[in-house]
Design a protein around this ligand. Structure first.
Ligand code: UFG
Length: 335
């Protein structure tokens, strides 16, 4: 199949391109390198042993999108492109709405004009807000607490309305939990610009001496050791979930939200201890007050992904910590 990938050089996009190419799909990709590097294109080619068409394009540029759809026969779109920093979204909400919402509308309009009616959308567990119970199922109430989360929720709603207007569409809303890890080769990894917000990239900055210690945001949560619990998922597992979602979209006309998580909750201390153990390091930490907006615990019920897509995560927290560490080491040495 011919799969168009938006945001193809980002963390999840790049791993998904490798997975799609390995599975025999043709990839047509674009990115504007807002939060990624051009060198990722060659790394995807190297790892998959395959070539693919790439455009340096911005999704808010309808003319650029029109050119891509005119030059390629697209069967399905996987839509990763978007701004994703929660804190930043509170500071510059209009940029988030313009890029994420307007950009997605541009994409959908061009898809419609070219009669391309299959889309896999990169949503997030953030749409569940603070869940009333755990594990989280797809039919739980949806809410958003910041502009970033609202863009995810709004795009989900736009896509649901689109399906109601035309049942010929195949729309899969993939709700990711906490993606970490990296490709085994160490060539692809999470490479955020500036100071990272998320736990794993911050832990790696501490491990490699860029920060003196990790700040543990609260040890008084209602969890087994008082620190926040999340469903960390290896990015390679997550990438393969997209391949399975493409298969499903090729064979079903529907709008379906599907959790991509392991179903296992690990605490901040679990992550620190595992990272230390598998890499034989000792990351210093300090307990600090809670980060505003953080919730006690969040983990998926992954049953629907297994039933509908035949997908479940197979890689462990040890794999995530080992692969993330090795890739980060390589990225820092190569720089
Ligand atoms: N944490 C720390 N110290 C840090 C960073 C994080 O203790 O320096 C803790 C947080 O309090 C939380 C856990 O580590 O308990 C995970 O925090 P992350 O920032 O890594 O991830 P979040 O769960 O807060 O958010 C992530 C993504 C969001 C997405 C959400 C979906 O960043 O984009 O998962 O559930 F919306």
């Amino acid at each position: 199949m011919n799969i168009l990938v938006t945001g193809a050089t980002g963390f999840i996009g790049s791993h998904t391109c490798v997975s799609l190419l390995e599975e025999g799909h043709n990839v047509i990709a674009f990115d504007n390198f807002y939060n990624s590097k051009e060198s990722v294109i060659d790394k995807i080619k190297l790892l998959s042993g395959k070539s693919f068409v790439f455009y340096n394009a911005d999704m808010t540029d309808s003319e650029a999108l029109e050119k891509i759809f005119s030059e390629n026969d697209v069967d399905c779109v996987i839509h990763f492109a978007g701004y994703k920093a929660v804190g930043e979204s509170v500071q510059i909400p209009l940029s988030y709405y313009e890029n994420n919402i307007y950009g997605t509308l541009c994409l959908l309009n061009v898809m419609k004009a070219h009669n391309v009616k299959r889309i896999i959308f990169s949503s997030s567990a953030t749409v569940y807000g603070n869940p009333a119970s755990l594990p989280i199922k797809e039919d739980f109430p949806l809410t958003a607490t910041n502009p970033y989360g609202r863009t995810k929720l709004m795009i989900e709603e736009i896509l649901r309305d689109l399906w109601i207007s035309d049942n010929e569409w195949s729309i899969i809303l993939l709700r990711y939990f906490n993606p970490v890890g990296a490709h085994k080769s160490g060539l692809l990894c999470e490479d955020p610009k500036g100071i990272p917000n998320n736990l794993m990239p911050r832990l790696l900055d501490v491990a490699f001496g860029k920060m003196p210690h990790i700040t543990v945001f609260g040890d008084d949560y209602n969890t087994k050791d008082g620190t926040g619990v999340r469903d960390y998922i290896h990015v390679v597992d997550l990438a393969y979930g997209h391949v399975k979602a493409v298969d499903f979209a090729m064979n079903n006309k529907c709008v379906e939200a599907i959790n991509l998580g392991t179903g296992i909750g690990y605490s901040v201390f679990d992550l620190i201890n595992t990272l230390n153990k598998v890499n034989n390091i000792n990351v210093p930490y300090k307990i600090c007050p809670r980060r505003p907006g953080d919730i006690d615990a969040c983990y998926a019920d992954p049953t629907k992904a297994k039933e509908l897509l035949g997908w479940s995560a197979v890689l462990t927290l040890e794999d995530m910590c080992k692969d993330a560490y090795e890739a980060s080491k390589k990225a820092r040495n190569d720089f």
